[in-house]
Design a binder for this molecule. Structure first.
Ligand SMILES: Cc1cc2nc3c(=O)[nH]c(=O)nc-3n(C[C@H](O)[C@H](O)[C@H](O)COP(=O)(O)OP(=O)(O)OC[C@H]3O[C@@H](n4cnc5c(N)ncnc54)[C@H](O)[C@@H]3O)c2cc1C
Length: 462
């Protein structure tokens, strides 16, 4: 097939991963193109982090107002003007898309509109035109919703997208799952006045996280008014004039609830449509497998972001970090992704941020593990802001003192994750954290105190 245009690096997908990859490859002198069928910015800008982050910022204010009552702040009414909110959110999304287009232009990156499909080695078909790339980076994300859910007809299950389009706030909602995004959405809906259930087959929300985090976030959200049903699953459901009547098995009993909507996050990476087999890749899996250099196993083809990650581990920062690694390797450098420092964050109130290994994971990897905790009820800023469930937990190697995990539940955990990332990336020890002078009063002070707890000499713990 004749080739219409050749590039050093051809990136499929203009989302978080693809844009970072394209810019980095261009910085390294590559002639680069991005193929994108929809909107620049991908899921993050258009349907994920940004729209939901915007609404989370609004509902956080509603949560703060509730706390304000305890502090003696009186107000009446707490309604969200949804038309203004939706307009402002759309303006922000459009501003970001435009910003990305400008960024690509600045780096002389060509934007090819359309859906790319791999062809013979090194070639990509886009709407009948054939482009070739010395290197190809697959960054097509996981956009398509897969609603298959036991006990519920697929037509009665919606994805998070529904919340960006509906005009009316649902009166009641059942959310299925326990991952960070599900609990963020649960809190948005609850703060806006919906009656919310979260049902998970797991024994707690965020089931992969440390016991301290998963039990406390579950308790915190229950205290906030969200009905969290653990060890539960939908047995059957029936649509009636009142809504969707669901029968759930919750531990060993049955619970009946009627809701307006059921929401689930299960996206498909859509491998079947990428033409992977033609390029020598396996297309029969849920995700594309890669090594730490983001190589797929087929020479010259890299893959990054949601396309390579299961649902519970899909993050924008992981996609862009992978994009930079793929681009550098594609351009002849030697780079690996550092999975130790990929933070797992939920922007709930309180926030959750976990970096590195939990205690059981560290043991499994052969560390002689020591852990220390600092509850935020004993932290001055924690007391000021009523962080009743908050905690900082440090996991370290007893012999060397190297910190291998930091888990935080508290008001500013998302920002504190940056300290945790650097601590682990720079292989800091318990003594390093102990010696760090954190500003007072901040929740960060508890990082040093949790490290001192590991060392057996906390200053402020009873
Ligand atoms: C409700 C929700 C909230 C979220 N909030 C956060 C958050 O706060 N923080 C966070 O880190 N992550 C968050 N995420 C996850 C985050 O959005 C994703 O991890 C991130 O967007 C992945 O980036 P990506 O580049 O891999 O894929 P995407 O951003 O999905 O980009 C892929 C792009 O590829 C394009 N494409 C698809 N097929 C083709 C093709 N054949 N050829 C060319 N292009 C193609 C798509 O149109 C899309 O633009 C959230 C997700 C959800 C569901």
């Amino acid at each position: 097939m004749p080739v219409d245009k050749h590039f050093d690096v051809l990136v499929l997908g203009g989302g978080a991963g693809g844009v970072a990859a394209a810019v980095r490859a261009a910085q390294l002198g590559g002639h680069v193109a991005v193929v994108e069928p929809r909107y620049l910015g991908g899921f993050c800008v258009n349907r994920g982090c940004i729209p939901f982050g915007y609404t989370l910022a609004a509902t956080r204010i509603l949560g703060d107002l509730l706390f304000g009552k305890d502090l003696g702040i009186h107000y009446s009414g707490r309604a969200l003007d949804s038309a203004t909110h939706a307009r402002k959110r759309a303006e922000l999304i459009s501003f970001l898309r435009q910003g990305i287009a400008t960024l690509l232009k600045k780096h002389n990156i060509e934007l090819i509109p359309g859906r790319g499909r791999l062809g013979e080695p090194g070639k990509v078909d886009v709407r009948g035109e054939v482009f070739s790339g010395s290197k190809i980076i697959l960054a097509t994300g996981a956009g398509r919703f897969k609603p298959e859910t036991a006990g519920i007809d697929a037509k009665n299950v919606s994805s998070s997208d529904i919340l960006l389009t509906i005009q009316e706030q649902p009166g009641s909602c059942l959310l299925l799952g326990d991952n960070p995004k599900i609990i963020e959405i649960a809190q948005i809906l609850q703060r806006l006045g919906s009656h919310v259930w979260v049902a998970t087959e797991e024994k707690a929300l965020l089931h992969d996280e440390s016991k301290a985090i998963r039990t406390r976030i579950t308790k915190a959200l229950r205290k906030n008014g969200i009905n969290v049903l653990t060890r539960s699953r939908v047995l059957s459901s029936d649509r009636s004039s009142k809504g969707l009547q669901c029968i759930l098995k919750v531990k060993d009993r049955e619970e009946r609830i009627t809701v307006d909507r059921v929401i689930r996050l299960q996206r498909d990476a859509g491998l079947a449509e990428l033409g992977l087999e033609a390029a020598g890749l396996k297309g029969d899996k849920d995700v594309v497998e890669v090594n730490e250099r983001m190589e797929t196993g087929v020479d010259g083809i890299y893959a990054i972001g949601d396309l390579t990650t299961p649902e519970d581990r899909r993050y924008s920062h992981l996609a862009s970090a992978g994009g930079i690694v793929a681009a550098e390797n594609a351009m002849g450098l030697e780079t690996c992704i550092d999975h130790r420092t990929v933070s797992r964050v939920a922007f709930t109130q309180p926030q959750v941020a976990c970096v590195g290994l939990t205690e059981p994971e560290a043991r499994k990897r052969g560390y002689d593990v020591i852990t220390g905790t600092a509850p935020l009820t004993l932290n001055p800023f924690g007391m000021l802001t009523a962080q009743s469930e908050g905690i900082v937990e440090v996991v370290a190697d007893k012999q060397k003192g190297e910190i291998v995990g930091i888990h935080i539940l508290g008001e500013t955990a998302g920002e504190m994750a940056a300290q945790a990332v650097l601590t682990i990336q720079l292989e800091a020890t318990l003594e390093d954290l102990n010696k760090t002078t954190f500003p007072h009063p901040t929740l960060s002070e508890s990082l040093a105190e949790a490290a001192r707890d590991c060392l057996g000499r906390p200053i402020y713990l009873p």
